[in-house]
Design a protein around this ligand. Structure first.
Ligand code: ADP
Length: 478
């Protein structure tokens, strides 16, 4: 069986990205196409988006979409079809997708409700060329109202709600119910109501026909208070329709054998990685590093465990290791990284900012990648590390635990280990994990074997795309 899927999201590579959500939304259409599923991505036309679309044409328009005129432009990018929602009063703004320098846009609930409303409308009547989806697939809170509009509008098109990160829930005051085009009946505990407010994510979780999250472990974690962040009961109540489907990484973009940003190398000829390492040390102005050279490529936030890093890496650095950091985020976390750099001149290199090409050079040059997240729905950097022979050192949470096989006497003897997994998520356990890493690094034969295993691991989209396809088929069969 095959069909049409409308994917609804606020970010999509290569058009707009602040995190892993964009990678997933941009990868799914290409991964599903060989299985017979035509997926179009409905995305806000932020400034610059329309100019990047090939063969663009208008396929839908409305005089009043949440306070202004709007149209949907169908175009192509990177081999898949995008439906860009062009509504100047909502999306023609400077800054990022959600905020400018002075904080989140106050009308974010309305902005993404409008996106979700158009998704439901396209499912109800189709676009001007007669294209109508069989399934609506909503991502995170920005797509969360789409299943709700389908439900209250009795559209009869099944929906999937995917949680990429439950920390963002799309909360709006109850007085905005009418402005959000929701019926009074929706304001109830089995609707959009959440502790007296409206939650877009909850709206999607209760109304969707199926719920997925981006790793099996995170699916289990979400039903527990430590990780569910208030929505654990909502998700547990729907446990029968919840499943975890791991994200993949794009094998074409992330391939050390054919990456234009690096000196190419392969699992067979891994010695070539040394040239990338030497270049990386030079690029960051670091001296010779005898021990492992670790990298950190991350949003600099509490979720990512950045506060654990200064204490967690101290002994590692004192014993001859190095660290290159690329990231941007919360001011305290950027300051902590700056202080670490100042404390270890020649040992710790730092770039504050967002730089895709540099991230490729770091995975190629790094011996290890650190991911000390407190929670991690799936995580991509540990997979990029595996692919590039930068051994992951990860906290035992979510998708990190699902994708890295931690080194232990048993897993090493079995030839299975691909990284270091530490628990609990604190600075002491991180330090112990790094001590284990340094020991593994010193045994060159074992280290090389572990690197090669990670590089050969199946991290692509094939298996996961098949699971999404099976989910869609199940929904169409009813
Ligand atoms: P999250 O979506 O929570 O930020 P993920 O690990 O799922 O975390 O995805 C993060 C993505 O963003 C990865 O592709 C990572 O390489 C990239 N990334 C994060 N910070 C930076 C940065 N400063 N420069 C370049 N790429 C970055």
């Amino acid at each position: 069986m095959a069909g049409r899927v409308l994917s609804v999201a606020s970010e999509c590579v290569p058009l707009v990205k602040t995190g892993g959500l964009a990678d997933v939304v941009g990868a799914l259409p290409g991964a599903l196409a060989p299985l017979g599923w035509q997926m179009r991505v409905l995305l806000p036309a932020y400034p610059g988006v329309l100019a990047k679309l090939a063969r663009a044409r208008e396929v839908w328009a409305a005089n009043d979409l949440f306070g202004g005129p709007a149209r949907v432009v169908l175009g192509e990018v990177a081999g898949f079809e995008v439906l860009a929602l062009d509504a100047a009063h909502l999306f023609a703004r400077l800054g990022g997708p959600y905020s400018d320098g002075s904080g989140d846009f106050r009308d974010n609930p309305e902005r993404f409700a409008a996106l979700s409303w158009v998704a439901a409308e396209l499912a109800r009547v189709g676009d001007g060329e007669g294209w109508r989806p069989d399934i609506v697939h909503a991502h995170d809170w920005q797509g969360g109202f789409a299943p709700a509009y389908l439900r209250y509008g009795e559209v009869g098109v099944p929906s999937v709600m995917t949680v990429h990160n439950i920390a963002f829930q799309g909360i709006a005051g109850a007085e905005r119910l009418g402005a959000l085009r929701l019926p009074a009946a929706a304001f109830s505990p089995d609707g959009v109501e959440y502790w007296g407010n409206i939650s877009a994510l909850k709206a999607g979780l209760v109304a969707a026909d199926a719920i997925t999250t981006v790793s099996p472990r995170y699916a289990d974690e979400l039903m527990r208070p430590e990780f569910g962040l208030g929505l654990e009961g909502v998700i547990a109540a729907r446990a029968g329709v919840v499943q975890g489907i791991l994200n993949g990484i794009d094998d074409a973009l992330w391939n050390p054998e054919a990456d234009p940003a690096i000196v190419p190398y392969s699992a067979r000829a891994i010695a070539g990685k040394a040239r990338n390492r030497a270049r990386l040390l030079a690029e960051f102005g670091l001296g010779e590093v005898a021990g492992p050279l670790a990298i950190l490529v991350s949003r600099l936030t509490h979720q990512k465990g950045i506060d654990l890093v200064p204490e967690g890496v101290a002994a590692f650095l004192d014993h001859g290791a190095g660290l290159c950091v690329l990231g941007a985020g919360e001011p305290w976390a950027e300051a902590a990284m700056r202080a670490l750099g100042a404390r270890y001149p020649g040992r710790v290199g730092l770039r504050i900012g967002y730089d895709e090409a540099l991230s490729h050079r770091m995975f190629a040059g790094g011996d290890a990648v650190l991911v000390p997240s407190r929670f991690e729905p799936c995580g991509l950097t540990q997979m990029m590390g595996l692919r590039y022979g930068a051994v992951p050192v990860v906290a035992a949470v979510g998708g990190l635990a699902d994708t890295v096989i931690g080194a232990s006497p048993a897993s090493l003897a079995a030839g299975a280990a691909t990284g270091v997994v530490f628990h609990p998520v604190d600075a002491l356990a991180l330090a112990q994990g790094l001590r284990k890493l340094a020991t593994l690094y010193a045994d060159r034969a074992q280290w090389g074997a572990m690197q090669r295993r990670g590089m050969k691991a199946d991290l692509g989209w094939g298996a996961s795309a098949a699971r999404y396809a099976a989910l869609y088929e199940g929904l169409l069969r009813g």
